[in-house]
Every structure is written in C-alpha cells, then in structure tokens.
Ligand binder design. Sequence first.
Ligand code: NDP
Length: 444
Amino acid sequence: MHYVERVLSELKAKDPNEPEFHQAAMEILNGLRPAIDRHPEYEKAALLERFVEPERVVLFRVPWVDDRGTVRVNRGYRVQFNSAIGPYKGGLRFHPSVHLSIIKFLGLEQILKNSLTGLPIGGGKGGSDFDPKGKSENEIMRFCQSFMTELYRHIGQDTDVPAGDIGVGGREIRYLFGQYKRIANEHVGVLTGRGLTYGGSLVRTEATGYGLVYMVEEALKCRGDGFKGKTVVVSGSGNVAIYAAEKAQSLGAKVVAMYDSNGYIYDKTGIDIAVVKQIKEVERGRIREYAERVKTAEYHEGCKGIWNIPCDIALPCATQNEIDAESAKALVKNGVKYVGEGANMPTTLEGIAVFQKAGVVFLPAKAANAGGVATSALEMAQSSGRLFWTFGEVDAKLKNIMVNIYHNMDSAAAEYGAKGDYVAGANIAGFMKVAAAMLAQGIV
Ligand code: NDP
C-alpha cells in the first residue's frame, strides 16, 4: 500500500466521525504524492503520521448567562496543530456547526497556508458552537469573556496567536482581547484583527478578500488577461466576500451575485458594495434587504442557484463544501474560467475534479485566502516592533505576498510534474518547508 493511502486509512480508522478532517487530509496528502515519492526519508521518520496528528487539542466548557438570566453552556476548542515553523496561528470560528472535525480540518489547512505566506507562523485553529446571530451586544461580550477565561492559559504572543473567522469579527476580537489583557496583565499581540487604537494593523479587515483578488489578478496577468470587463460571482456576504467583491469591482469587474445562508441576490448591472456593507456590517441584516433597496436586483431563497449564474470568475467566500460536482458542472457549462477559493475548502473533492478536467484555473483556499493570515503576521510584526505601517505599506506587502505564493505554487506544480495543478502545487510548496523544519527538529 502506498504510504499516503496507509496514513489516510489509519486516520479514518482512528477518528471515524471526522468527515471534514478526512476530506481535507485526503486533498492534502493526495496532492503531496509526487513529493512523498521523491523523499523516502519522510516515511522512515513517520512524517505524515506526525503531520496529521495535532500537537495538542484543548476542549473546554464555556458557561455564560443570557439576558433572561438563563445559564447557557457551549463548547470551546483550540487545536494547536503544528509549531514547526513558528507559533500556532489561526482563527476562531463561532458557528453552531463547529465541532472537532471542522476545527481539525481548518487547522490542518492552516499549517500549509501559513507556510505558503513565507512568514514564520505555525498552524492552529479554534472556536465554539456558539451562534452569535440574534445575540445582544451584552450576550456577545459575556460569551467572549467566558471563552477567554479558559483560552488565555493556552495562548500567548510567542505560543499561539488566534484571530477571527466565521462569526468572529472585529467586535468579538475586541471583547476577547479586553478579557485577555485583564487576566494576563499584558498588552501584547496575542490576538490579531485588533482595532486600530489598540494594536491592530491597517488592511487586516480587507486582507483576505483583497489578497484573493490579487492572486486571481496575477493568474489572469500571466495569461495576458485582467479583471476589466469580467463577470464575477461571489458567494457569502461576510468579511471575505465583501472585500473580494470590492477589490474585484475596483479593478473593473462586475460582481453580479452574492449570498448569505438564506438566499442570494442577483443584479446584472453590478452589485453596489456600499449597500451590502451597510446591511451586513452596520445593520447586521440579511442580504434579502438589498433587493428591497436596489431596484435592479432580484432575491432568490436558497443558496445553490447562485452557481447557475453565468460568470467568468467564481469566488466562493462563505463556507466549506459550497460547490459540489453539480454546481461545478453548471459553472463550467456557463463558461467559468477562474475559480479562486476565498473560503476554506468551499469546493468538494468531486467539484475540484470537474474544474481541473475542464481546464479551469483553480486557485485553492490555502493559497488564495492566505492574505488574511499573512496580514495577521504583519500585525504581529508591528506589535512586537511597536511599529505602525500605513495602509499603502501593508497593502503593498500583502500584494507582494500573494503574487509570490502564486508563483511558488506554480513552480512547485511544474517541478513535480503537475503543471497548472495548483492543488498539488500549493500543498507541495507549503509542505516542503514544514517537512524540513520537522525533520530538523528530531522526533517531536
Ligand atoms: P463571516 O462570518 O464574516 O461571513 C460568512 C459568510 O458566509 C456570511 O455571509 C454567512 O451567511 C455565509 N455562510 C456561513 N455559513 C453558510 C452556509 N452554511 N451556507 C451559506 N452561507 C453561509 O466569515 P468570513 O468572511 O470571515 O469567512 C468566510 C470564509 O472564509 C470561511 O470559510 C473562513 O474560514 C474563510 N477565511 C476567512 C478569513 C478571514 O480573514 N476572515 C481568512 C481565511 C479564510 P450568514 O450571515 O447567513 O451566516
């Protein structure tokens, strides 16, 4: 049995109830095959077995009291996956669907993503099954304070530096940071995505969406093309989606559709991002309200229909497994040429196969959405150096990082006989550095 197959089957046998983690591990390890075959020393050192096993998993109780005085109990997680190249780094997700399998898949992806940025950060991920939707400001604050009351003892600016993800934006980070500072009595860069008045970095809010578009722009440029005049579909209407749409429009594309978990809006004249921002960021409303305000827009209940809209470029920016084989086929039939993953694992393995077979330029999440964590690492650098860079400085560094990631994965794919296969290229380029660091540090 091939080394990769053996490790995957052992992993499935050990934790049979973790389908998302298996899916991510399959995508990664299969993409690594050409590199594994060239490096027999990996198997001798049980490198893959160590790579798929988190260094540490913390699971904890998060008790809090809601506005009616009822005691509520959620579950908190922090998976400290791999610290070979730097302190654990990765976001916190607050969403009712969160469980260990989701956090482990995100953590595993994060190791390679962080390596791809070229910055010294290891991989981790965390979160809770808490749903911030419909909660009052005070409930959010109390929950975040309770969550941090346990989490603080496991993190630190040189140990583990969490950030935001689904359901954890600027508001949650400020309450989490306030509680950390209060307990630990230190004002340090222990969380990223902080506000600008207390250690945050310019561009962090925009970074994942902007970074995604910078990478797609480079892929277009290398093929003698650009965003100008292109029709784009963006799924989601959260942090990543909004800033991907904003940047794509600013480069001359027309973003015609977006969604939230209830349904999608379609505006063939191009979506007005300022209205989306007002509804989602300021009012915390639903995307259907867009169609009530903008006459050229239609609203459709349900999400899946968005992938039947003809477009040149699709940017899935909401959540895992948004695009299955059927949706991928609909996109291909309608002429999609580029898919850039803003969300983590938004395309199923079958969906990826459809895109690759059709010759679509497919830019996988761990490369395409690395702009967020890269800018988080720039925030860490500014915190430790007591520096504050301008918007233009951070944005230029972000763009440079995204362009470099694109070329690194392009070269790795070509070097290992998989030209144009960026799933393999991103996995290999990210893994080689982590593998070298793990081998160098002995059996740990
Ligand atoms: P947000 O919470 O800001 O937004 C998430 C968006 O996705 C919302 O519009 C939400 O709709 C929608 N969504 C969530 N679940 C579903 C679902 N099951 N079906 C349809 N729509 C859904 O999160 P982010 O924008 O921060 O994150 C989006 C993705 O990007 C995630 O996969 C995340 O891991 C990834 N990512 C984020 C980074 C960041 O810097 N923020 C960095 C790298 C990756 P609703 O409001 O209805 O819930």
